[in-house]
Design a protein. Structure first.
Ligand SMILES: Nc1ncnc2c1ncn2[C@@H]1O[C@H](COP(=O)(O)OP(=O)(O)OP(=O)(O)O)[C@@H](O)[C@H]1O
Ligand SMILES: [Mg+2]
Length: 269
């Protein structure tokens, strides 16, 4: 039963890369339980996120996807179980500049606030700074590079509220990658974005992944995202599936979890 993941963390074992090095687990989640009050939301979740993975986290509304991401980011405290991030228990982890996060509904910042594209990305730099927190030339260069990576450098002085939803999402990705993180979490970043922009968006994530950023994306775009990812995790309070893209596409049980998506295509772009 390769796709079932309530198994020890050695499920994948060391994964050899093309240069012969073993891939390390950037995130380890072990027997994790979480409740809001008496409402059990996550039950006995065990899985690893390996260096270089592009992981899609899927599952119905209310299945615990955002909660799982928030636990991994240390924004919530587990009821039971443990989480390691970049080799350190999340409770004592300090290097949050190595972790990028685009929260669900990130674009719902106060759009009346006249903040520019470059200033949004600068917020990502400021968050990683200790005192003094003013900007220097290195910051300006990193902000420009991040905007170039997402194809938004030419709009750096434009007010964020003047951009389309897809453009705004790219700016939030630039903010999340401005510190060159090892791992990037995105929680439903394509909500409200048209199909064409979605494809471009996944292309961008695919490129960032090839450039070395491990990517974890929570999404309902399962038909599209399986073209790009190498791993799929399906949540429904429990981790009902966790495996490779190929295992997901060839597993009737896994696809049955996603109503209306029994026709997934295994070939990629
Ligand atoms: N702050 C909270 N307080 C109480 N219950 C919450 C809170 N946040 C989420 N929940 C509940 O926990 C469950 C899981 O929520 P979560 O947001 O993790 O789901 P999700 O899989 O991300 O859903 P969606 O696809 O709609 O974003 C839901 O039943 C939700 O109502
Ligand atoms: Mg959510």
């Amino acid at each position: 039963m390769p796709e079932h993941v309530s198994q020890p963390e050695t499920q994948y074992g060391p994964v050899p890369t093309s240069i012969g090095k073993e891939r390390e687990a950037l995130v380890q989640v072990e027997h994790l339980y979480f409740s809001y009050g008496h409402h059990l939301v996550l039950s006995d979740i065990t899985f690893d996120i390996m260096d270089g993975d592009f992981l899609a986290v899927i599952g119905p509304n209310g299945s615990g996807k955002s909660t799982l991401i928030r636990l991994i980011l240390g924004l919530l405290t587990p009821e039971r179980g443990w989480i390691n991030i970049l080799g350190t228990p999340v409770t004592s982890f300090k290097h949050w500049e190595q972790v990028g996060y685009v929260p669900q509904k990130a674009t719902r910042i106060d759009m009346l606030f006249p903040i520019s594209v470059a200033e949004v990305v600068a917020l990502g730099r400021i968050a990683a700074k200790t005192f003094p927190r003013w900007m220097n030339r290195t910051d300006t260069r990193l902000i420009h590079e991040a905007l170039e990576q997402v194809g938004m450098a030419s709009l750096s002085n434009t007010k964020i509220r003047e951009l389309s939803g897809g453009q705004q999402q790219k700016v939030f990705i630039a903010k999340a990658i401005v510190n060159h993180p090892k791992i990037l979490f995105l929680d439903e970043p394509t909500t409200g974005i048209d199909a064409n922009s979605q494809e471009n968006f996944y292309h961008l994530l695919g490129r960032l992944n090839r450039e070395g950023i491990t990517i974890v994306i929570v999404t309902h775009d399962i038909g599209v995202v399986t073209h790009y990812v190498n791993k799929v995790a399906c949540l429904n309070q429990r981790l009902v599936f966790h495996g490779t893209h190929e295992e997901f596409c060839s597993s009737k049980e896994a696809r049955a979890l996603i109503p209306g998506h029994n026709h997934l295509i295994i070939h990629r772009h």
